[in-house]
Ligand binder design. Structure first.
Ligand code: HEC
Length: 281
C-alpha cells in the first residue's frame, strides 16, 4: 500500500503526521487523540464551544459566558422557528418533510442512489421544491441559516454520529480529508496548519480554534458578521471565509468540495454533542 504523509509540520508542539492510508476510525482516534494530548484539560464534549473551549481563550471566555446569559441570536432563532412553522401555499410545512429526515446529528448523509451527500441546507431546498415553492438561493446566511437552526436545535445535545459505512461515502470522506490537509492559496496553508498544528495560537487578534468540534455549533451568530448586517452564517459561509484568509479562491457553498469537507469535519467530531446555534467572535 502506498504510504503518503500529506503533511508533517513542526510548530514546537507534538508533530501530528497524517496518514492518507488510515481508515476513518483510525483517523478519528488520531485526530481526537492529538487534541486530547495537546489540551489535556479540555473534555471532548467541550469542543462544541469552538475557540471558547481552549485554555488560551480563558480570559475572554468569562465575557463570553456573561454574554450567553442573553444570547444575541435569540431573536433570529425565534424568527427562524416561525419561518419553519409557516405553511407553504399548499398548506404543508417543513415538518411534513422533516418527519422523514434523519436526525441532525447524523448529517451529512450519504445517498447511494445519487452518489451524493445530503446536507440539511440541500434537504430544506428540496422540500421547498417538492412543495412547489422557490428554493432559497442564498445558502450562506439569512433565512437559510435560520431554517437550518430551526431543524438542528431540536437535536441539541445529541452526539455527532455520521455513518460512512458505504463505500461510496468513504470516497466522499477521502475527498474531504484531502481537502482539509492540502495546502492552498497564496499563503500555502492547509486547514490543518491553522486548526490542528496552530490551534490555540493567536493570529491577528484571533485565537485559532481546534479543528475538533468544528461543525457542531453551526450555523453560528458571529459578532463580526453582525457588524456587517448578516449575523448568521452556515458552515459553508465559514469555509469560504477561511479559504479567503489564505488568499485561496472560495468554492461554491453546497458544492461538492465543501460538502466533502463538512463530511470529513463531522466524522472527526464523533461523540461531540450538537449545540446550535452558537455565538462566535
Ligand atoms: C490562516 C489560518 C486559517 C486557515 C488556513 C483556515 N482557517 Fe478556519 N479559521 C481561522 C480563524 C482565525 C478563525 C476564527 C477563530 C476560530 O474560531 O478559529 C477560523 C474559524 C474557523 C471555523 C469556525 C469554528 C467555530 O467553531 O466557530 C471553521 C469551521 C473553520 N475555521 C474551518 C476551516 C477549514 C475547513 C479550513 C480549510 C479550508 C480553514 N478553516 C482554514 C483561520 C484559518
Amino acid at each position: 500500500m502506498r504510504k503518503l504523509l500529506v503533511t508533517a509540520i513542526t510548530t514546537g508542539f507534538a508533530v501530528f503526521s497524517f496518514a492518507a492510508y488510515a481508515t476513518p476510525q483510525e483517523d478519528i482516534e488520531a485526530f481526537q487523540g492529538y487534541f486530547k494530548e495537546r489540551f489535556s484539560d479540555v473534555p471532548l464534549e467541550a469542543y462544541n464551544d469552538g475557540v471558547n473551549a481552549l485554555p488560551q481563550y480563558a480570559e475572554r471566555r468569562e465575557n463570553w459566558v456573561l454574554l450567553m446569559e442573553f444570547p444575541p441570536y435569540e431573536e433570529q432563532v425565534e424568527v427562524g422557528r416561525q419561518e419553519w412553522a409557516k405553511p407553504f401555499a399548499n398548506g404543508k410545512t417543513f415538518n411534513d418533510c422533516a418527519k422523514d429526515w434523519p436526525p441532525a446529528n447524523v448529517y451529512p448523509v450519504y445517498d447511494p442512489a445519487s452518489d451524493d451527500l445530503r446536507t440539511i441546507v440541500g434537504d430544506i431546498n428540496a422540500c421547498l421544491k417538492a412543495n412547489g415553492e422557490e428554493p432559497i438561493k442564498n445558502v450562506k446566511n439569512g433565512k437559510m441559516a435560520r431554517l437550518v437552526i430551526a431543524y438542528k436545535e431540536q437535536f441539541n445535545g445529541e452526539p455527532i454520529n455520521v455513518d460512512i459505512s458505504d463505500a461510496g461515502a468513504v470516497k466522499w470522506y477521502e475527498k474531504g480529508k484531502q481537502f482539509y490537509w492540502a495546502k492552498r492559496g497564496q499563503l500555502n496553508f492547509s486547514c490543518a496548519d491553522c486548526h490542528v498544528h496552530s490551534a490555540g495560537l493567536s493570529v491577528r487578534g484571533d485565537v485559532l480554534s481546534a479543528g475538533l468540534g468544528h461543525t457542531t455549533g453551526f450555523p453560528v451568530y458571529r459578532t463580526k458578521w453582525a457588524l456587517a448586517g448578516k449575523p448568521l452564517g452556515t458552515i459553508h459561509r465559514r469555509y469560504g471565509g477561511c479559504n479567503g484568509q489564505v488568499r485561496a479562491q472560495a468554492f461554491k457553498p453546497q458544492g461538492p468540495e465543501y460538502k466533502a469537507l463538512e463530511l470529513y469535519e463531522a466524522v472527526m467530531n464523533a461523540g461531540i454533542p450538537l449545540k446550535v446555534p452558537s455565538q462566535r467572535q
